[in-house]
Design a protein around this ligand. Structure first.
Ligand SMILES: O=C[C@H](O)[C@H](O)[C@H](O)COP(=O)(O)O
Length: 226
């Protein structure tokens, strides 16, 4: 079992029958979703999922997991998702797979956000990974200029020479801020800019993080009052 699988499978334990569950996106929570599908078939686990991306929706449907729209189910009991960076205070950078807009929307209406990651994602402070920022296609160069004025270098994400489009049809700017001392302030400043739709900074949202490494799976919990 690789580290992503170890974290992903263990975190599936938080789901019990009757729950409404946000299903995250990426190569780590993939294993959580597989495990939930297995428990559904083999152990009779019953739950309803809300997918955070088209890729996750496809996977869940292949596994026979019942799905619903966010508005039909909110508030959700828990969302399980991956992350690109997890800081000591459990703040996150997400959106390496361009799914952070829907992920944040689903996590925001969930009573709990549980994160699964391998040790390579754990950092003291955020910032080695660039911050993905979803922006409207119209006027994106102007938006990028406003974003850069906040103290970063912003590069439009491309694949094979073509701009990446999110599931919502927008562009991603990958923004290099260097070390981020106050992620909440950076998130608020970016969100106030015209053309910015969502950032990949998830501040104070995760309550539990499963981090897998050579020593096994560590379970980190948000301290009360943080
Ligand atoms: O947009 C993608 C999501 O935020 C993912 O959860 C994040 O990029 C981590 O993905 P992975 O588990 O594949 O590293």
């Amino acid at each position: 079992m690789n580290f992503k699988e170890a974290a992903g499978v263990q975190a599936a334990d938080v789901v019990t029958s009757g729950m409404k569950v946000g299903l995250g996106t990426g190569s780590t929570v993939y294993y959580t979703i597989l495990e939930l599908g297995r428990r559904m078939k083999e152990e009779g686990l019953q739950f309803t999922g809300v997918p955070t991306s088209e890729a996750t929706e496809k996977l869940a449907l292949e596994l026979g997991i019942p799905l619903a729209e966010l508005w039909e189910l909110e508030p959700l009991d828990v969302t399980i998702d991956g992350a690109d960076e997890v800081s000591d205070s459990l703040d996150l950078i997400k959106g390496g797979g361009a799914a952070h807009f829907r992920e944040k929307m689903v996590a925001t209406v969930s009573k709990r956000l549980v994160i699964v990651a391998d040790e390579s994602k754990a950092v003291a402070k955020l910032g080695a990974f660039t911050v993905p920022v979803e922006v409207a296609v119209y006027g994106w160069r102007s938006t990028a200029r406003r974003v850069e004025a906040e103290g970063c270098v912003a590069v439009r994400r491309e694949r094979s020479g073509e701009p990446v489009r999110t599931d919502n049809g927008n562009y991603i700017l990958d923004c290099d801020f260097g070390l981020i001392v106050d992620p909440g302030a950076v998130d608020r400043r970016l969100k106030s800019l015209l053309g910015v739709l969502e950032t990949g900074l998830f501040v104070g949202m995760a309550d539990t993080v499963y981090v897998a490494g050579p020593q096994g799976v560590r379970v980190l919990k948000q301290q009360a009052g943080e």
